[in-house]
Design a protein around this ligand. Structure first.
Ligand code: MRU
Length: 328
C-alpha cells in the first residue's frame, strides 16, 4: 500500500506505522484527528510530502469530528502545529481547509476536503515522478549516491523525492548504488531507507553518519542526494546532519543535490524565521529502551539543520533543475 491513504470502508486515514519498521509492518487507522496528530508527533507518519498528505486527510477527520466551524478551526490549528519545520504540513492543511470552507454543512465540507486531499496525494506521486525524470539526468551509470535520512516512498505518498530520482535512473537502465547514513537519533536511514531500497532490490550500504567524510575521502561516493523539509531564501532545511554532509561533500568535490517538490518551497522566508523542531532529550538518553547517557546530562536535540545554497550544486524540482548559479 501507499505510505498514507484514505480508507472509504472505515472512514479513516490509513498509514504505514513507520516507528515499527523494519521489524514489523503494520497499518494504523486513524478515525479521529487527535489520533492522527499523535501519529505525526511520534513520527509514525513522517517526511515532508507525506506530512502534506497527512495534513490534508487530517482536515477530513476534523470535519467529521467537529460539531461546528469553531471546533473545526481549533482542531485544524492543533493539526498544523503537530510538527513545525516541514512546510508541507500546513500546505496540505490549508489546501484541504480552503476547499472545505464553501461547504454548506460539515458533511459537505468533509466531502470537499476529501476530494482535495485525494488530489494532493495523487499530485504528490506525479510530482515525484517528474522530479525523478529531471533528477535522473544528473546521475551517471555506475554512480554511488550517498543519502541521509529517508526521502523515499515512506517520506511521500509514493515513489519518493531523492530515492525517486534513484528509482527512475535505475528504471532507465543506469546502475546506481546507494550509501545510506543511519541518521541518528531516530535512524530513518538505517530503519527506513535501507528497508525500502532492499524491497526494490536496490543495492545499499549502511554507514554511520560520522563516516561520511571518510567514505568521501576514500572516493567511494560520486554524488550526495537528499530531500528537503523546507527550501528557504538562502538554502535548504533538512534532517539534522545534512549540513555536515554538504560541508564534507564540498571539501571532497562531490556534487551535493537536493530533490524537493515546489510544495516544500518557502523562499520568501529566511531560515532564521523557521522554527526548527527540538525533540525530546530521551531520544539521546535512551536507545531501544536502554539508557545510554547519564540522565542528568544537558541535551541538545534539534531535528533539522540549514544548508546554504553555496554548498548545493542544484535543487531538483518537478519543474526542472535549479542550478546554484540561478539562485545565488
Ligand atoms: O523527522 P523526519 O523523519 O520527518 O525528517 C524527514 C526528512 O528530513 C526528510 O529528508 C525530508 O522530509 C524530505 S522527505 C522527501
Amino acid at each position: 500500500m501507499r505510505t498514507i491513504e484514505w480508507a472509504d470502508e472505515t472512514e479513516a486515514v490509513k498509514l504505514i506505522d513507520q516507528t515499527l519498521l523494519p521489524g514489523d509492518y503494520k497499518i494504523l487507522e486513524c478515525t479521529r484527528v487527535d489520533e492522527l496528530i499523535d501519529a505525526i508527533k511520534r513520527l509514525k507518519v513522517r517526511g515532508a510530502p507525506a506530512l502534506g498528505a497527512a495534513g490534508a486527510f487530517g482536515v477530513v477527520l476534523a470535519c467529521m469530528n467537529a460539531r461546528n466551524r469553531e471546533e473545526l478551526k481549533n482542531e485544524v490549528e492543533k493539526l498544523k502545529k503537530a510538527r513545525p519545520t516541514a512546510i508541507n504540513l500546513s500546505y496540505g492543511v490549508n489546501r484541504a481547509l480552503n476547499a472545505a470552507i464553501p461547504g454548506k454543512d460539515m458533511q459537505e465540507m468533509r466531502s470537499y476536503a476529501l476530494e482535495e486531499a485525494r488530489r494532493i496525494a495523487e499530485e504528490d506521486v506525479a510530482v515525484n515522478k517528474k522530479i525523478g525524470e529531471y533528477g535522473s539526468e544528473l546521475l551517471e551509470d555506475g554512480d554511488v549516491v550517498l543519502t541521509h535520512c529517508n526521502a523515499g516512498r515512506l517520506a511521500c505518498v509514493d515513489w519518493g523525492t531523492a530515492l525517486g530520482v534513484i528509482r527512475t535512473a535505475i528504471e532507465k537502465g543506469k546502475r546506481i548504488e546507494v550509501v545510506a547514513c543511519e541518521t541518528r537519533p531516530l535512524n530513518q536511514g538505517s530503519r527506513l531507507t535501507t528497508w525500502e531500497l532492499l524491497q526494490d532490490k536496490i543495492t545499499v550500504t549502511l554507514i554511520t553518519d560520522s563516516m561520511s567524510a571518510a567514505v568521501m575521502r576514500e572516493g567511494k561516493v560520486d554524488k550526495v542526494l537528499v530531500g528537503a523539509d523546507r527550501v528557504v531564501k538562502e538554502g535548504v532545511i533538512n534532517k539534522i546532519g545534512t549540513y555536515m554532509h554538504a560541508v564534507v561533500a564540498k571539501a571532497h568535490n562531490v556534487p551535493f543535490y537536493v530533490a524537493a517538490p515546489l510544495s516544500s518551497f518557502d523562499t520568501e522566508r529566511s531560515y532564521k524565521e523557521v522554527e526548527i523542531e527540538e525533540r525530546s532529550p530521551d531520544e539521546l538518553l535512551f536507545f531501544g529502551g536502554k539508557q545510554i547517557a547519564p540522565l542528568d546530562v544537558k541535551v541538545y536535540n534539534p531535528a533539522f539543520d540549514f544548508t546554504p545554497f553555496e554548498l548545493i550544486e542544484a535543487v531538483i524540482t518537478e519543474k526542472g533543475v535549479v542550478h546554484q548559479v540561478d539562485v545565488v
